[in-house]
Design a protein around this ligand. Structure first.
Ligand code: ADP
Ligand code: ZN
Length: 526
């Protein structure tokens, strides 16, 4: 490990205080700044709002020359430059929205050493024209913001990011700092290899949000459950409710309003003026519940959001983390609540299968959905599972539903075998309703039509309710024993993983189905 460099440290603190007006560094900022200002490469994983910008801005001010910031968010460049100029930092940007003269002025200012920071769109930076120009400049560092855009595994893949590896070849002596708030292991490895950051030091901030209580319930009557959730601990609080469709947003707003809760809608189908107005009211007034599609929340900085509720399943753990992360920014207790059911799983799978994405990409999305399902069905601490996904190990938190009211796992091997063999007996050609009917010995028209009342598994699960079997089926999907084939009318099919279960080589632990009365008792905990 390196020795601290007191000269850089005191210069960094001085800049923090006099230029940016903050008394102390946050988290790992000081360590990162010292590392980069001394000329070393770094990869920064820090949640949104953690304070990534200072990690390259201050080293750029300490080192000679201009700091070049690669950012894909052209719309935000102007804001960032304005903020820096207000603080007295000499900053500018280069992107396609500018005239030739404006761009030329910036380029000349760089060569004359008159700028501290320049933001550049990635597709522009990698042109030979731009690289030639930079060869003539004195460069303090390269900061690669939103570095996960280099990853095909990620949802924001940008092909031009891949070419950024040439920075290392053209400017081997200039330190590079890559920054992102998306940090699963896979993405991280891809950033390192594609940007050739093998010798960089990784600074991984904790993604834990200890003041957020995680809570996931089985979906039965979602609106009623949402109302109960709000009334039993969040009456009068500001919150966000996420739904998948515009129609559901509107229906939920009507329902909450009838129940005396101030709710407003936000989705892409509303006019710009209405959206702006609703957003302004949410920020300004107390206790507004914003019911929204995921279009809402980007760049919203409201510190006192006391809950985020999901009436539909997000697409991935990243999505869940980002959306729930909008709760409790002020550090006071907040709740992330979600109602989820079998239908959500089927719906999300269908959306993936019907998307235009190519096969590889769909496979990635399915993998991400499966990770989220595993999280929903978790028998252990939610936070441990969530952080584990982001590559962080922790111990049970005491502030999530499974910690506060631990589900007593039961041996579900027999039940799982009953389910899997029924899926098999009906030829892997029928959906959830039919399979559960056969299990429960229900002679529906379809069951009789296919003679499935004569199957050996007909009625072997008669002692359990439909809701209980749905719970077992969800867990079978989460554990990947079964998948829903959208190409074939949502038929349930077995995977390779089902085999050891059917052969009795594997014990299956199941999250017991909570009867509604038992649930009412645990509601206090939510
Ligand atoms: P990120 O890019 O990680 O999302 P930002 O760099 O935009 O985060 O910082 C988030 C907010 O925190 C900004 O308002 C920033 O001014 C503030 N901030 C960053 N570092 C500090 C600090 N050391 N002390 C106080 N506020 C800070
Ligand atoms: Zn926990």
């Amino acid at each position: 490990s390196k020795k601290p460099n007191p000269a850089i440290q005191s210069r960094a603190l001085e800049i923090l205080q006099t230029v940016f007006g903050y008394p102390v560094f946050r988290g790992q900022q000081e360590e990162i700044i010292e590392h980069v200002a001394s000329g070393h490469d770094a990869l920064i994983l820090m949640p949104t709002g953690g304070g990534k910008s200072l990690c390259y801005q201050i080293p750029a001010l300490i080192r000679d020359g201009v700091g070049i910031v690669v950012s894909p968010l052209i719309a935000l460049m102007q804001d960032q430059v304005d903020a820096l100029e207000t603080a007295g930092v000499r900053a500018a940007y280069l992107n396609s929205t500018q005239s030739y003269e404006e761009a030329f002025r910036v380029e000349r200012a760089v060569l004359e050493n008159e700028l501290d920071l320049v933001y550049i769109a990635p597709e522009r930076l990698v042109t030979s024209r731009c690289l030639n120009w930079l060869q003539k400049a004195k460069i303090a560092l390269f900061a690669i913001d939103e570095a996960h855009c280099v990853s095909q595994w990620g949802h924001d893949f940008r092909p031009e990011y891949i070419q950024l590896s040439i920075l290392h070849e053209h400017f081997p002596d200039v330190p590079r700092i890559a920054l992102t708030a998306t940090a699963d292991r896979h993405t991280r490895d891809e950033i390192v290899s594609r940007l050739k950051l093998d010798d960089s030091r990784q600074f991984i901030s904790s993604f834990d949000r200890p003041n957020i209580r995680y809570c996931i319930v089985e979906k039965e009557n979602p609106r009623r459950q949402l109302l109960d959730f709000i009334l039993s601990g969040h009456r009068g609080d500001a919150g966000i409710v996420y739904c998948l469709s515009r129609r559901k947003v509107e229906e939920t707003v009507s329902f909450l309003t009838e129940q005396g809760i101030s709710a407003l809608p936000y989705h892409a189908g509303l006019g710009h003026a209405v959206r702006t107005e609703n957003q302004a009211r949410f920020l300004r007034e107390d206790g507004i519940v914003m019911v929204a599609t995921i279009a809402f929340g980007m760049g919203i900085d409201k510190p006192d959001v006391r809950f985020v509720a999901h009436l539909d399943l997000p697409k991935s753990m990243e999505g869940y983390y980002q959306e729930t992360g909008r709760a409790g920014r002020d550090g006071n207790p907040a709740t992330a609540w979600m109602a989820y059911g079998l239908q959500d799983v089927v719906q999300q799978r269908r959306m993936i299968d019907e998307s235009d994405a190519d096969f590889e990409h769909r496979k990635i999305q399915i993998g991400k959905l499966d990770a989220l399902l595993g999280f929903c069905e978790s028998l252990t601490c939610r936070r441990v599972r969530l952080l584990e996904y982001f590559g962080e190990s922790s111990s049970p938190c005491g502030n999530c539903d499974t910690c506060l009211s631990p589900p007593v796992a039961k041996d579900g091997t027999k039940d799982m075998q009953k389910l899997l063999s029924t899926v098999y007996r009906v030829g892997q050609r029928f959906g959830a309703v039919h399979v559960i009917n056969v299990l429960r010995g229900i002679s529906s028209e379809r069951v009789l039509q296919w003679n499935h009342n004569r199957l050996s598994t007909f009625g072997i699960g008669a002692e359990q309710s439909e809701a209980e079997w749905r719970s077992v089926l969800r867990q079978a999907i989460a554990a990947q024993y079964v998948f829903v084939d959208n190409e074939e009318y949502n038929a349930l099919k077995l995977t390779e993983k089902a085999r050891p279960v059917l052969k009795g080589e594997l014990t299956v632990l199941l999250r017991p189905y909570l009867k509604p009365d038992r649930r009412r008792k645990t509601r206090l905990l939510q």
